[in-house]
Design a protein around this ligand. Structure first.
Ligand code: ACO
Length: 329
C-alpha cells in the first residue's frame, strides 16, 4: 500500500555544456546520416563538453541552481550523492570536489556508480539515509560527460550520447507530497553487454590499451534495447503495485532518455499515452544518470508541472541496473 512520503523535492536545477553537436556535424565525423540517427534514436542534437572539461563544474552549476530554486544555502546541505560513471578522476569522488566548489562545508559527499540508473538509485539511498540517520538537506545529482569516453570512429555508439547534469534538493516531506515508492534492480550477468573496460585495475593505462580503444564505451545495442524495455516495464509495474495505484493514475511519465524507440516501446507495453510521456532526447541525446533530473527541472521550471501531480520515473543502464520511482510533486 502507498506509504506516507517521508522526503520531498525542495528545488531542482540543471546544467549542460554550451557546445551543441548536431547530427549534421556528426555526418562530418563518421559514416552516418541525420535520417538514420533520427529514425533509430529520435536524437537530433546533443550538448558536448570541450575535451578536458570537468564534470564537477557542470554538476556544481546544476546543484547551485537547485539550491537557488529551493532558497537554501550551500552550508545548509548535509549530504551530496552524485550518480556518475564519468567523474573528474578515478578518485577522489567527484561529489567531494563538488562539495568544495559549492562551499557545502557541512555535507557528507560520495559518488554512486549505477550508470544510467544513478539518479534513481541515489533517490532511494538518500531517502534511506534521511529516514535512518536524520539528514535534512540532501542534494541528489546525476551528471555525466560520457562524450569523453566514446570512440568517435564507432558509429554504433558515438551518435547516442550527450553531456549534462541535473540536481534535486530533498528535504523532509511536510505536506503529503514527495517520494511515494522506489524500486531498484540489477543483474550482473549482463555486465558484458554495455561497458567501458578502461580506467580500472583490469586494464591499467598503457599505450596498447589506448590504441585498442579500451577506454571507450562498448555496447551490444539490440540486446540492451530488449532488456531495457522489459526491465523498465517491470520496474514501473512494481512501484505502482506497491503504491496500490495503476498506470491510469499517472499524470506524467519521465522515462530515461536513451532512445525514442525504447521510450515508445515501454509506453506501448505499459499502455501510457504519449501525451503523458516527457521526451527531450531529441535535444540532449542520452545523458545517462543526468537524463531524468534534467527532465524534472525542465518540467518544474518551464513546462508548468502542476503541484500534486503523480509522476512516474523509470530507467535502465549498464550493470545491468534499472529502477523506478513514484513522486507526488
Ligand atoms: N549511422 C548509420 N548506420 C548505422 C549507425 C549509424 N550511426 N550505427 C549502426 N548503423 C548501421 C549498422 O552498421 C547496421 O548496418 P548493416 O545492416 O549494414 O549491418 C544497421 O545500421 C543496423 O544496425 P543495428 O545495430 O541493427 O541497428 P538497430 O536498429 O539495432 O539500432 C541502436 C541501433 C540505435 C544502437 C539500437 O540498438 C538501440 O537503441 N539500442 C539501445 C542502446 C542504447 O540506448 N544504449 C544506451 C545506453 S543504455 C541506456 O541508456 C538504456
Amino acid at each position: 500500500m502507498s506509504k506516507k512520503p517521508q522526503v520531498m523535492i525542495l528545488g531542482t536545477g540543471r546544467a549542460v555544456p554550451e557546445k551543441i553537436l548536431t547530427n549534421a556535424d556528426l555526418e562530418q565525423i563518421v559514416d552516418t546520416s541525420d535520417e538514420w540517427i533520427v529514425a533509430r534514436t529520435g536524437i537530433r542534437q546533443r550538448h558536448v563538453a570541450e575535451p578536458g572539461s570537468a564534470l564537477s563544474d557542470l554538476v556544481t552549476e546544476a546543484a547551485r541552481n537547485a539550491l537557488q530554486n529551493a532558497g537554501v544555502t550551500a552550508d545548509e546541505v548535509d549530504l551530496i550523492i552524485l550518480g556518475t560513471v564519468s567523474g573528474d578522476m578515478q578518485f577522489p569522488a567527484t561529489a567531494c570536489i563538488v562539495q568544495e566548489k559549492l562551499g557545502a562545508k557541512n555535507a557528507v559527499a560520495f559518488d554512486l556508480s549505477a550508470a544510467c540508473s544513478g539518479f534513481l538509485y541515489g533517490l532511494q539511498v538518500a531517502e534511506g539515509m534521511m529516514v535512518a540517520s536524520g539528514y535534512r538537506r540532501v542534494l541528489v545529482i546525476g551528471g555525466e560527460v560520457l562524450t569523453s569516453m566514446v570512440n568517435w570512429q564507432d558509429r554504433d555508439t558515438c551518435v547516442l550520447f550527450g553531456d549534462g547534469a541535473g540536481a534535486v534538493l530533498l528535504g523532509p516531506s511536510t505536506d503529503g507530497r514527495g517520494l511515494l515508492q522506489t524500486f531498484l534492480g540489477s543483474n550482473g550477468a549482463h555486465s558484458n553487454l554495455l561497458y567501458n573496460a578502461g580506467g580500472g585495475c583490469l586494464n591499467p593505462p598503457s599505450a596498447a590499451n589506448l590504441a585498442a580503444q579500451v577506454y571507450a564505451i562498448r555496447m551490444e545495442g539490440k540486446e540492451v534495447f530488449r532488456h531495457a524495455v522489459s526491465s523498465m516495464v517491470g520496474a514501473l509495474t512494481k512501484v505502482l503495485e506497491r503504491a496500490g495505484l495503476t498506470e491510469k493514475d499517472l499524470d506524467l511519465l519521465i522515462p530515461h532518455q536513451a532512445n525514442l524507440r525504447i521510450i515508445e516501446a515501454v509506453t506501448k507495453r505499459f499502455k501510457v499515452p504519449m501525451e503523458k510521456v516527457y521526451v527531450n532526447v531529441d535535444r540532449y541525446g542520452n545523458t545517462s544518470s543526468a537524463s531524468i533530473p534534467i527532465a524534472l527541472d525542465e518540467l518544474r521550471r518551464d513546462a508548468g508541472l502542476k503541484d500534486g501531480a503523480l509522476v512516474g520515473m523509470v530507467t535502465f543502464g549498464a550493470g545491468f541496473t534499472w529502477a523506478a520511482a513514484l513522486l507526488r510533486v
